[in-house]
Design a protein around this ligand. Sequence first.
Ligand SMILES: Cc1cc2nc3c(=O)[nH]c(=O)nc-3n(C[C@H](O)[C@H](O)[C@H](O)COP(=O)(O)O)c2cc1C
Length: 220
Amino acid sequence: MKTILRIDASARVDRSLSRDLADRFVQEWKRLRGDKDSWIVRDVGTCPPPFVSQAFIAAAFTQVSDRTSEKSAILETSDELIAEVKKADMIVLSTAMYNYGVPAALKAWFDMVIRVDETFSFDLKRGNKPLRPIQSGKVLVLLTSAGEFGFSQNGFNQGSNHLVPHIRTMSYLLGVEAVHHIGIEYQEFGDERHEWSKSKARDAVVELANTLVHGTAVKN
Ligand SMILES: Cc1cc2nc3c(=O)[nH]c(=O)nc-3n(C[C@H](O)[C@H](O)[C@H](O)COP(=O)(O)O)c2cc1C
């Protein structure tokens, strides 16, 4: 049995292309594996986590043994979200591109779950790379949609893609070691290129579910 954490970050619920990719991935996964797995679902797009505050930082950087009940209460949402990440073998994350990066609600989620001594450790003895993830071996299935295009490697908009590289960097601190990204582009053009992009991505999510279930996926 695997534990799979599904996170959806688009603010759109109706006609969301990224949510639709996640639905298709989950449907294919369940077709192949039935009820073998345990699922946790977090809709941060419609129910965004709180932002980091001064009180949150003070509580997170206080040793557990020294935390007052007030400080512990401030960390409750973060604790709950971190517990879900810790349980997960695989994270299925669907997200829109907003202003060339992650939706604020998704950034809020990452800010709640990337926490010192919970998901990463910090040690200056490690030199220039003091942060290290505590967990390992997680797989991230990253499903995105963008209005423009050319965001992939060597694409003319690659330099404006602050979505996928940012998610890769952040998810490393959660113990993600393999990222599988599938994205739709051209949504704002609504032309045949968009239709092609949608159809290619929809086929790719089905193929990815099969590859992951049969254990032959290549890490990238
Ligand atoms: C607030 C907002 C900001 C957006 N910013 C960008 C952007 O910077 N670049 C881009 O290519 N598309 C942008 N888009 C288009 C979305 O990425 C596109 O509509 C995508 O399909 C949204 O995902 P969804 O269909 O899952 O909601 C933006 C859309 C919205 C609503």
